[in-house]
Design a protein around this ligand. Structure first.
Ligand SMILES: *Cc1c(COP(=O)(O)O)cnc(C)c1O
Length: 226
């Protein structure tokens, strides 16, 4: 069944995810208000996104700069208090576009990108929140900074004047995610960082119980992507 068939579905899905976050927070002795839900709208068009905005959601995430540039300026013009997060890989030559459009970047993962961001910051007053993405499962094919390189990347960020808010990860597919979330939380604590971007549709409740401050949920809100 096409998920767009039921006009009330986006609201229902949003409140179901919000309720699940609140339950997981309570179980962990946390305040639900301390967890930001980022609605990941990649591949979905404005017609699919508007009902989620109408239901009250204001924080959205995309994984490609170009796709976000095509969709979001118009949506932001309709609803100015939208907060937009970049959760996908960022090429160093796209930092100016990314900083202009996004309020947070979750994919800082290498020294060349730190350098490019610092150069961009010198030309603009915009300061998106920054997360360092960690390759938490040490997977060859995955983006993110190697765990062993994290202290160096954080030091370079500091030296370049970049304020890193926290860490982000995508655990290995098909494995129990909790140990990877716990490891990311430990790395954040060791490095004095408070924000933790972790948890997707299949595991955001576990992530909340492990300390996530930002969960990135697409499918559970928008339905399956093509
Ligand atoms: C697509 C994506 C998500 C959302 O995934 P779902 O399983 O659809 O919730 C979260 N984080 C990143 C980095 C993504 O690319």
């Amino acid at each position: 069944m096409a998920t767009g068939d039921n006009p009330s579905a986006p609201e229902d899905r949003l409140s179901a995810v919000e309720d699940a976050i609140a339950r997981a927070a309570k179980r962990a002795g946390r305040e639900p208000a301390d967890i930001a839900l980022i609605a990941i709208s990649k591949t979905h068009d404005a017609a699919a996104i508007r009902p989620v905005i109408a239901a009250g959601q204001r924080v959205f995430g995309e994984n490609r700069v170009q796709e976000a540039q095509d969709k979001w300026p118009a949506l932001k013009a309709e609803t100015p208090d939208i907060e937009l997060h970049l959760v996908g890989q960022l090429q160093s030559n796209k930092t100016e576009d990314a900083v202009a459009l996004f309020d947070a970047i979750h994919s800082v993962d290498r020294p060349s990108l730190v350098k490019a961001l610092a150069k961009t910051f010198a030309k603009t007053d915009r300061r998106p929140s920054l997360f360092v993405q960690v390759n938490i499962g040490d997977e060859d094919q995955k983006g993110g900074c190697a765990i062993a390189n994290l202290p160096d990347l954080l030091a370079r960020s500091r030296d370049a004047g970049l304020d890193i808010a926290g860490l982000m990860c995508i655990p290995p597919y098909g494995l129990e995610p909790a140990p990877y979330f716990a490891l990311l939380a430990k790395l954040a604590e060791e490095n004095g960082l408070s924000a933790l971007s972790m948890g997707m549709s299949s595991d955001y409740e576990t992530a909340v119980m492990c300390g996530a401050t930002h969960v990135r949920v697409g499918t559970a809100l928008f339905g399956a992507r093509n």
